[in-house]
Design a protein around this ligand. Structure first.
Ligand code: RTP
Ligand code: MG
Length: 139
């Protein structure tokens, strides 16, 4: 059965460019409920741990450097079928390939600066949510 939550981060460029309010509005209008949220400045080491699954990929160092370059707005989002529905709302990894009206199409400026992260499975949503939030911080 599909899980009922996913994890997202508004990435440093989108936050810096003042898109967080518009992105959160799209998330809420898309039927997701915010169950936890906070602004976090990751260290290089913390971002590296979060993206450990990509450590052998050529873009790993650039990705970790970028994700630790400024604050990210991290959140747990609740909805039926949350992981798949959120990936539909954000669109393809490369904003140039993302469907019209998706978050990455509207606010992404490159493959790296693609506005938001979204978990790719229920298992990773649980791991990623626990990386950022304690039980006390989750509604
Ligand atoms: P995310 O994890 O951020 O939601 O993105 P995703 O599943 O769509 O993409 P993934 O394959 O997990 O890659 C994680 C992030 O790494 C950056 N990336 N750069 N330069 C490149 O070729 C490249 N490929 C991926 C992207 O910022 C992507 O979101
Ligand atoms: Mg991914």
């Amino acid at each position: 059965m599909a899980g009922n939550f996913t994890f997202t981060m508004i990435k440093p460029a989108a936050y810096e460019n003042k898109h967080a309010g518009k992105i959160l509005d799209m998330i809420l209008q898309g039927g997701f409920r915010i169950k936890a949220i906070k602004l976090v400045k990751l260290s290089y080491e913390q971002a590296g741990e979060f993206y450990g699954i990509h450590k052998d990929r050529p873009f790993y160092n650039d990705l970790v450097t970028f994700m630790s370059s400024g604050p990210v707005l991290a959140a747990i989002l609740e909805k039926e079928n949350a992981v798949d529905d959120y990936r539909k709302l954000i669109g393809s990894t490369n904003p140039a390939d993302a469907a019209e009206g998706t978050i990455r199409k509207l606010f992404g400026i490159s493959v790296q600066k693609n506005a938001v992260h979204g978990s790719d499975s229920d298992e990773n949503a649980a791991i990623e949510a626990a990386f950022f939030f304690s039980a006390l911080e989750r509604c």
